[in-house]
Design a protein around this ligand. Structure first.
Ligand code: SAM
Length: 269
C-alpha cells in the first residue's frame, strides 16, 4: 500500500470532490429538510420556491438537493475542483444553478433579486480566520439577502478546557468507492483563536488503496466569542438556535452544553 501523502494545505482534500461528497452524503437529506423547515417557519417566503445562496458550496450536494425541490440555487467556492464538480452535477440533474469562484471574506454578489435564504453548514464558517473577515462575511451575506431573509450557519463550538485532540471518523461507500475519513482537531489555542485540524482520507477504488492528509486551521468560537461576533453585526438578529440533529423542534441557546450549533440569523429591515 502507498504511504500516506502529507499535504500542507487548507483545502487539499477538497481537490477530490467525489470523496468529500461521499463522506457527507448522509447529511444531505436531513440538512435539506431542515433548511426548508426553517424557511417555512421563519422566512420571508413561507410557500413556494426560494432563492438560495450557499457560500462555500463545495461539491454542490445541497445545491443539487435543493434545486431538485424547485428552489433557485446559487453558490460560490474558492476551490475550482469543487466548482467544476458542482457544475457538472447540476447540469446532469438539469438544474439551472449558478456557481462562481469567490471567497467567504470578500465575495461579490451581483444578483439583482436578493436571496430569501443563505446557508453555510458543517463548520465551514470557521475557515474565516479573523474577526474582521468573519464580520465582513456576515455583512456581505446580509447585503445579498432581502429584509427578513435568513442565514443558517452551522459550526462546532470550541471547548477551551479540551485536553486531548478530538477525533471523528466517517466510513462511507458509493458504487465501487469506499472512503474512510478521520479528522482530528487539536487542543485549541485560545490566544491565537485557532485549532489545528487534520483529515486523513483513506480511499479504496478499483482494487487500489491510498491515503491523503490535509492540514488546516479553523478559527475557534466559545459561546461568548460567538455572541460577541454576532453583536457586532447589527444587520442580523439571532432568532433561533438548533444543533446538528437538524430537528426544528429541538432548540438550544448559545452555550457550552453541546458543541454543534446551528444559528438562524434574520436580516433586519
Ligand atoms: C466542509 S466543505 C462544505 C461544502 C458545502 N457547503 C457542503 O455543505 O457540502 C468546505 C468548503 O469551503 C471551501 N472554502 C474553504 N475556505 C474558503 C474560503 N475562504 N472562501 C471560499 N470557500 C472556502 C472549500 O473549498 C470547501 O468546498
Amino acid at each position: 500500500m502507498k504511504k500516506a501523502r502529507k499535504v500542507l494545505s487548507s483545502t487539499a482534500w477538497y481537490d477530490s470532490p467525489l470523496y468529500y461528497d461521499i463522506v457527507y452524503q448522509d447529511y444531505t437529506r436531513p440538512e435539506t429538510q431542515f433548511l426548508e423547515a426553517i424557511a417555512r417557519k421563519h422566512g420571508p417566503v413561507r410557500m413556494g420556491p426560494l432563492r438560495i445562496l450557499e457560500p462555500a458550496c463545495g461539491s454542490g450536494r445541497l445545491m443539487e438537493s435543493l434545486g431538485r425541490r424547485g428552489h433557485t440555487v446559487h453558490g460560490f467556492d474558492m476551490n475550482r475542483h469543487m466548482l467544476r464538480y458542482a457544475r457538472a452535477r447540476l447540469a446532469k440533474a438539469k438544474i439551472k444553478g449558478v456557481t462562481k469562484l469567490g471567497r467567504l471574506e470578500s465575495f461579490r454578489c451581483k444578483t439583482r433579486t436578493p436571496y430569501d435564504l443563505a446557508h453555510c453548514l458543517v463548520s465551514t464558517f470557521k475557515y474565516i480566520l479573523t474577526e474582521r473577515g468573519a464580520r465582513r462575511h456576515l455583512q456581505l451575506v446580509a447585503q445579498s439577502l432581502r429584509p427578513g431573509g435568513l442565514y443558517v450557519v452551522g459550526l462546532h463550538l470550541t471547548d477551551y478546557q479540551q485536553s486531548v485532540p478530538d477525533h471523528e471518523q466517517w466510513i462511507r461507500q458509493r458504487g465501487g468507492v469506499r472512503v474512510q475519513s478521520d479528522t482530528w482537531s487539536d487542543i485549541p489555542n485560545r490566544q491565537k483563536r485557532t485549532e489545528a485540524c487534520r483529515t486523513r482520507m483513506c480511499v479504496r477504488e478499483g482494487g487500489k488503496q491510498w491515503k491523503e492528509e490535509t492540514h488546516w486551521d479553523f478559527r475557534t468560537y466559545s459561546p461568548g466569542e460567538l455572541r460577541k461576533l454576532l453583536k457586532s453585526v447589527p444587520q442580523f438578529s439571532l432568532i433561533a438556535c438548533h444543533d446538528f440533529h437538524y430537528d426544528i423542534r429541538r432548540k438550544r441557546k448559545i452555550d457550552n452544553r453541546y458543541g454543534d450549533i446551528v444559528l438562524v440569523l434574520r436580516r433586519n429591515a
